[in-house]
Design a protein around this ligand. Structure first.
Ligand SMILES: [Zn+2]
Ligand SMILES: [Zn+2]
Length: 191
């Protein structure tokens, strides 16, 4: 079988089975796992298939379209929404910085840019240079722990004086959210 035929076969299997293990593919095709990886590489590069913890899967179509958050699948509300612009030009939306940051953590290698809205001005800002206020005492009706983005640290601090919470930069914010999420129900748990 030619590599292209094997790739076609893998895609056909994936359409029916959703996920496949590399070891299974290797057995079915009677080629080495090394060869399977070589066959998969262009498919992964073209984002036709995705690596998972124990194999590969077809791209899930659900989050590409519409206004659903790609992390928690809630409708994304424009004021808080975050856009993850991927290297393949696709854009994913997240309902709020909370989901945006967690989603970023999952697909970091695919993201070329992440854009969020300044909470006070609703101007668009780059997430990497934004500051994030976690757990301010204001009910935003989105994901817990609540995360708000600010363009300027000065304004974030002013906001913090009134509403409390903790201020983090990009990388720290991801860690802080992950830590808080650890062990509880996750994104959907409201107040
Ligand atoms: Zn979300
Ligand atoms: Zn949210």
């Amino acid at each position: 079988m030619l590599p292209i035929e094997r790739q076609q076969q893998i895609l056909t299997w994936l359409e029916h089975e959703e996920t496949l293990r590399v070891s299974d593919i290797s057995k079915r095709l009677e080629v080495s796992e090394m060869t399977v990886y070589r066959d998969l590489k262009p498919l992964i590069d073209e984002q036709k298939v995705f690596k998972t913890s124990n194999g590969i899967t077809l791209k899930t179509q659900s989050y590409i379209s519409s206004n659903h958050c790609s992390y928690c699948y809630k409708d994304s509300n424009t004021r808080m929404s975050v856009q993850l612009i991927k290297k393949n030009q696709h854009v994913e939306k997240a309902c709020c910085p909370h989901c945006g940051l967690l989603r970023f953590q999952d697909i970091e290698n695919e993201v070329s840019q992440m854009i969020c809205h300044d909470f006070l001005h609703t101007t668009t800002i780059s997430a990497k240079t934004a500051v994030f206020l976690l757990n301010a005492d204001i009910h935003l009706n989105c994901c817990q722990p609540q995360v708000m983005a600010f363009e300027s640290i000065k304004q974030a601090k002013q906001f913090q004086m009134g509403f409390g919470g903790n201020i983090f930069h990009f990388e720290e914010a991801i860690q802080a959210i992950t830590m808080e999420m650890h062990g509880n129900g996750g994104c959907h748990s409201g107040k």
